[in-house]
Design a protein around this ligand. Structure first.
Ligand code: ADP
Ligand code: MG
Length: 228
């Protein structure tokens, strides 16, 4: 048993045991995730690698508690649940900014919702935006920035919350190589500073190579860990 496997049960941020996710019923059912088993604890760096449609987003949504498994279990032993403040931060794939709020307000909003004074929330938001080289976007509305810039802002919004488990769904997917590397640097640095666990999905092996461990997803199946 490796040191990783020997961690006290209560140390796991998320435990996914034979968790499956099926969309729809009967003849139209799509099994997005077949019985996946996975455990994450503080400091872990995991890339889930697979082509489009392989079930990466579905698995991440299970880990985030955004979807309930249709079979098996997902639990968060070290957290009181997926919605714990400072618990899980999920960087969504695709649009997730609120159109009526500018970039700094979008970034600060989750902090304000947890009761942080607005001035402190804006300060943390500004620092997080700087981490992903998006400080200059602060006063703009979502409609005034590109998709790649919105992806960076969504990343900053999660970093500002200093979660113990950072889940990022293709955080570099819509970015050019250089900006993508920068966002990945920021995610890894933020996780290093706070001791958080970091799980990212990607279809890019070069991105996956930046993280300590990799698991491949294929047709909804999470393949066994690489043995080294
Ligand atoms: P990936 O993120 O690797 O591209 P997804 O998890 O988005 O893969 O999708 C896995 C499979 O589940 C695909 O066949 C997709 O069409 C299907 N799927 C995902 N979300 C839904 C949904 N809300 N309803 C029905 N099918 C879905
Ligand atoms: Mg996806």
């Amino acid at each position: 048993m490796s040191a990783h496997e020997a961690a006290a049960p209560s140390a796991w941020l998320v435990v996914c045991q034979d968790a499956a996710l099926t969309f729809g019923r009967g003849a139209r059912a799509v099994v997005a995730v077949h019985g996946a088993t996975l455990r994450i604890r503080a400091g872990d760096r995991l890339a889930i690698v697979g082509p489009s449609g392989s079930g990466k987003s579905s698995l991440l949504h299970l880990l985030a508690g955004l979807e309930r498994p249709t079979a098996g279990t997902v639990s968060w032993p070290a957290l009181t649940g997926p919605r714990t403040p400072g618990g899980i931060g999920l960087v969504f794939q695709g649009e997730s900014l609120i159109p009526a709020l500018d970039v700094v307000e979008n970034t600060a909003l989750p902090l304000i919702l947890t009761g942080l004074p607005e001035e402190d929330a804006r300060r943390s938001a500004t620092a997080a935006l700087a981490l992903v080289s998006a400080a200059d976007l602060a006063p703009r509305l979502p409609e005034e920035i590109s998709g790649g810039q919105a992806q960076r802002v969504a990343t900053a919004r999660v970093l500002a919350q200093a979660p113990r488990l950072i889940l990022a769904d293709e955080p570099t997917g819509r970015l050019d190589h250089r900006t993508g590397a920068h966002v990945l640097d920021a995610l890894i640095a933020a996780a290093d500073i706070t001791g958080a666990a970091l799980v990212i999905t990607t279809h890019d092996p070069a991105v996956a190579a930046r993280l300590a461990t990799r698991r491949v997803m294929h047709d909804g199946r999470l393949l066994a860990p690489e043995t080294s």
